[in-house]
Design a protein around this ligand. Structure first.
Ligand code: PMP
Length: 382
């Protein structure tokens, strides 16, 4: 893919699956109708395609089609879940979240705190996991919403959402999960997790950029962020992009059908890559739980290496030091800091994301290149 580049940054985004693109193309041509134009066949045909896509998105997470609100992505879904929930609560309800959230939750929490809202940020353990006891200890009637990332976008760690869901239900507190990195990679079922709200993004599951969804459990009241037409039950006004909805639906169907086999293959590739690197580098550290982890994720550090230098030495590989949303900010990863890494360890960390089209030969070549160029770097430094 992408010429000679071996793409290992699947947490930033995934390539569009050719089968998804094929499903989308007619909607950029003959099937151009506005899905909200119900007075003619052109509009109704688009509406049917959107309905079918909505059913596919719902099926991926065990929801009903009527509980899926299309958004521009998981950023918007997270904002709608949090701001929309708190605006719908009586009085000044508090917000609870974790120290390892994506920027779209973290920054929303920061703005809430700035405007005087009570915000609690729960810590995670050295393995990156939130202890449900931490959640239990802050669940009071004053809490309007708890928001927990299901699978982390940097260290791939999967949170014990099911247990957290049980606690929230028992306390009668609403629970939101950011499942942008989890859906299509691990089983996600809104009933089993006990969530009221769940955010999704198409471009993390081989669908198009610019579309996502918020699952809203039936009966859960939200205030919209935008004002306009009656689309999406008035919760998200604006004309739906039919082609993107169709692409998202197709991506969800493929994820549902192929997830289990794909996850096993990705976990094998991930373990193969880690073993090659760890065998040659005794001081290599795996950041975050090895057990509760996305199948395609590695996050590794070396104490004496600047990750930026290491990555610059392997231009054949598309890798990153952390979240794409944070790159350019130069701020050290808040996730790695939250699990207790020192600044030097954070500077030495690399995120690897293996995906659907990654071949075993690419994994072997990536391992060889990383090791060879690291040896050269160390020689130059030494
Ligand atoms: N949450 C998580 C965990 C993510 O990884 C991302 C994408 N980096 C988002 C939310 C935002 O998704 P989108 O790009 O669809 O806005």
């Amino acid at each position: 893919m992408a010429g000679q580049t071996i793409y290992l940054d699947h947490h930033a985004t995934t390539p569009l699956d050719p089968r998804v693109l094929e499903a989308m193309l007619p909607f950029y041509g003959a099937r151009f109708g506005n899905p909200h134009s119900s007075s003619h066949r052109v509009g109704r045909a688009a509406a049917e395609a959107v309905d079918a896509a909505r059913a596919e998105v719902a099926a991926l997470v065990g929801a009903h089609a009527g509980e899926i609100i299309f958004t521009s992505g998981a950023t918007e879904a997270n904002n709608l879940a949090i701001l929309g929930s708190l605006a719908a609560c009586q009085g000044d309800a508090a917000f609870v979240t974790t120290s390892v959230e994506h920027a779209s939750v973290r920054q929303t929490a920061a703005v809430l705190a700035e405007t005087g809202r009570r915000v609690t940020i729960l810590p995670v353990g050295p393995d990156g996991r939130l202890d449900p006891v931490q959640v239990e200890s802050v669940l009071t009637p004053a809490v309007g919403l708890v928001s927990v990332i299901l699978a982390n976008n940097e260290i791939g760690v999967i949170q014990p959402l099911e247990e957290i869901g049980r606690l929230c239900r028992r306390a009668g507190v609403r629970l939101h999960a950011d499942a942008a990195q989890a859906a299509g990679k691990i089983p996600v079922d809104v009933e089993r997790l006990g969530v009221d709200l769940l955010s999704l993004s198409a471009h993390k599951i081989y669908g198009p950029m610019g579309i996502g969804a918020l699952y809203v459990r039936g009966g859960v009241a939200l205030r919209p962020l935008f004002h306009g037409g009656a689309q999406e039950g008035g919760l998200r006004p604006g004309t739906l992009p039919t082609a993107l909805c169709v692409g998202f639906g197709a991506a969800c169907r493929l994820a549902r059908e192929e997830r289990a086999a794909e996850a096993a293959r990705l976990a094998d590739l991930r373990d193969r890559l880690f073993a090659r690197l760890a065998n040659a580098l005794p001081d290599l550290r795996l950041n975050g739980s090895a057990l509760h982890r996305l199948p395609g994720n590695l996050n590794i550090s070396l104490p004496d290496v600047e990750a930026e230098d290491w990555l610059a030495a392997v231009p054949e590989l598309a890798l990153s030091t952390g979240a794409a949303c944070a790159s350019g900010s130069q701020a050290p990863s808040h996730v790695l800091r939250a699990i207790g890494l020192t600044e030097a360890e954070i500077q030495g960390s690399i995120r690897i994301g293996i995906g659907r089209f990654t071949a075993v030969e690419e994994i072997d070549r990536a391992a060889a290149l990383l090791l060879r160029r690291l040896a050269a770097l160390r020689r130059d430094d030494g």
